[in-house]
Design a protein. Structure first.
Length: 112
């Protein structure tokens, strides 16, 4: 079975620091898997979520996209918006409030 090494991770079985993360090149189903050369343990994910979790634990390499058409286009770096111009008029004073029966009411509207 032909395979390509993508990176490495820790082996949960024996603690070896260099367990290989590989992807098989045979057939249409190209899921990654982990193989430890120290204890010969291997882990084959059963679904895409498990495969993504395995790749997230990978060290020493980036997974290559299988099909570039499936990848969304990269967004250009965003620039911060320009600073707001200085206000020509000073801000209006905030109205004063008073609590009437548990409700906050502007002082101008409170009946005396």
């Amino acid at each position: 079975m032909a395979s390509k090494k993508l990176g490495h991770t820790n082996c949960p079985e024996c603690g070896h620091q260099e367990a290989h993360i590989k992807i098989s090149l045979d057939g249409e189903n190209k899921k990654p898997y982990r193989h430890c050369p120290e204890c010969y343990a291997s882990y084959h994910p059963r679904n895409k979520h498990q495969a993504d979790m395995l790749l997230a634990k990978m060290k020493g390499g980036e997974p290559e996209p299988e099909d570039p058409a499936e990848q969304p286009p990269k967004d250009p770096p965003k620039t911060p918006p320009p600073a707001a111009p200085a206000a020509a008029h000073p801000p209006a004073p905030e109205p004063k409030y008073r609590v009437v029966f548990g409700v906050r009411v502007p002082v101008d509207e409170v009946a005396a």
